[in-house]
Design a binder for this molecule. Structure first.
Ligand code: GAL
Length: 412
């Protein structure tokens, strides 16, 4: 073999390996429908003073109590699978070998034991890290430790990693997040990969690379953190409505836009506003990560989180993210095509906060539904069937302030 031939051979092997690695990292076989679970952050934050707040403190007992309720209250059987611990679970330093350790006081049994407990309940364990030098709450970050941390998580039996992006350089994120995806795959353990990278670069067009997000991550945050209020909730919905063609094109089996956790069952929303969130997360094929205290849930919030029709819309195997078809005078219509031929889910949101319910007369054509002779409708919340309606026939909808109407429109 000549030197030139040998060089060519080495080059071909390298190209094959790079290509091979990329293929592996693209498809981990997970999240064929939007992932569902519970995540501690929005409700329990970084509460680490267990003397001051014993009931809300982030401990292994808190996580176990939520796991127990996920099973006993029927959330697991409805599809909520992952139980995900967010920031503030770690000790402030790595150990002498550079391995991450959980806070010894709040997680005395260690993460492997907690994973075993969670798995014993038929659930999966999620964990949080950060691509930078420190997490957003200043716990040890994964920069310079990506491979080691991926292996640690796999050894513990972790099933989901949320990788945040505080304390890092946005220019390094693409390489870093891709590398972590490959290290996770190399562990051989299927680990759902949640990326915050897009949220950090969303205002930087040169770094907003949706094909790369989709290739690398199972779900990705695009926008600001959700807070426990209508303003925060609606700002997220409106962000998706305003950027929808960019965003919806990349949602589908294996990879999803993530508008952040469900705040249903928290302190800040009215009952109608809770339906808006649950309804829109279903419409947008969003990952459904509840963030509430499962030990104490209002019956109507629980019913909403377990609503079979909404969950079926969210989990529809076609995996299409709804598009906002129009927004006029504080009313907007969203449409999500469903896997049943010709069928769509549609939502009408009344964002007006004046106290009176508003009445709308809209035909399927005016709603923006695909053209067909007629539609039968099912109100998703009441399960009531109505119609059939001709394509141009007006239908009366009455919707409360900051509330939503959601139905399935089916030509058959
Ligand atoms: C934010 C992230 C939140 C939460 C928090 C923890 O950057 O968007 O979802 O993880 O960090 O510190």
């Amino acid at each position: 073999m000549t030197i030139a031939q040998a060089c060519l051979l080495v080059l071909l092997v390298l190209i094959y390996q790079i290509g091979h690695d990329q293929v592996v990292s693209l498809d981990n076989g997970l999240a064929l429908t939007p992932p569902m679970g519970w995540m501690h952050w929005e409700r329990f934050r970084c509460i680490t003073n267990c003397t001051e707040q014993p009931n809300d403190c982030l401990t292994e007992d808190l996580i176990k109590s939520q796991a127990d309720k996920m099973v006993s209250e029927g959330y697991r059987d409805a599809g909520y699978q992952y139980l995900s611990i967010d920031d503030c679970w770690m000790a402030k330093e790595r150990d002498s070998k550079g391995t991450l350790v959980p806070d010894p006081v709040r997680f005395p049994s260690g993460m492997k034991a907690l994973a075993d407990y969670i798995h014993g309940k038929g659930l999966k364990l999620g964990i949080y890290e950060d691509f930078g030098t420190a997490t957003c709450q200043e716990y040890p970050g994964s920069e310079f430790y990506l491979q080691k941390d991926a292996q640690t998580f796999a050894d513990w039996g972790v099933d989901l990693l949320k990788l945040d992006g505080c304390n890092s350089n946005v220019n390094d994120m693409k390489t870093g997040y891709e590398a972590m995806g490959q290290f996770l795959n190399k562990t051989g353990r299927p680990i759902l990969y949640l990326c915050s990278w897009p949220a950090y670069v969303q205002k930087m067009p040169a770094l907003t690379d949706y094909p790369a997000f989709k290739k690398t991550c199972n779900q990705w945050r695009n926008y600001d953190d959700i807070q426990d209020s209508w303003d925060s909730l609606y700002s997220i919905i409106d962000y998706y409505g305003s950027n929808q063609y960019n965003l919806s094109a990349y949602a589908g089996p294996g990879s999803w836009n993530d508008p952040d956790e469900l705040i249903v069952g928290g302190f800040g929303l009215s009952s109608g506003q809770e339906v808006v969130q649950m309804g829109m997360w279903a419409m947008m094929a969003s990952p459904l990560f509840m963030s509430l205290d499962l030990r104490n849930v209002r019956p109507e919030s629980k019913a909403l989180l377990l609503n079979k029709n909404l969950l079926a819309i969210n989990q529809d195997p076609l995996g299409k993210q709804a598009i906002r078809v129009w927004k006029i005078n504080k009313v907007e219509v969203w449409i999500k095509p469903l896997s049943k031929p010709g069928a769509s889910a549609f939502a009408i949101i009344n964002t007006d906060d004046e106290g009176d319910p508003r009445v709308f007369h809209l035909s399927p054509a005016e709603l923006g539904l695909p053209q067909t002779a007629q539609y039968n409708m099912t109100d998703v919340l009441t399960n009531e069937h109505f119609g059939p309606f001709l394509y141009s026939q007006s239908i009366k909808f009455t919707i409360n302030p900051t509330s939503i109407f959601i139905a399935i429109a089916d030509p058959s």
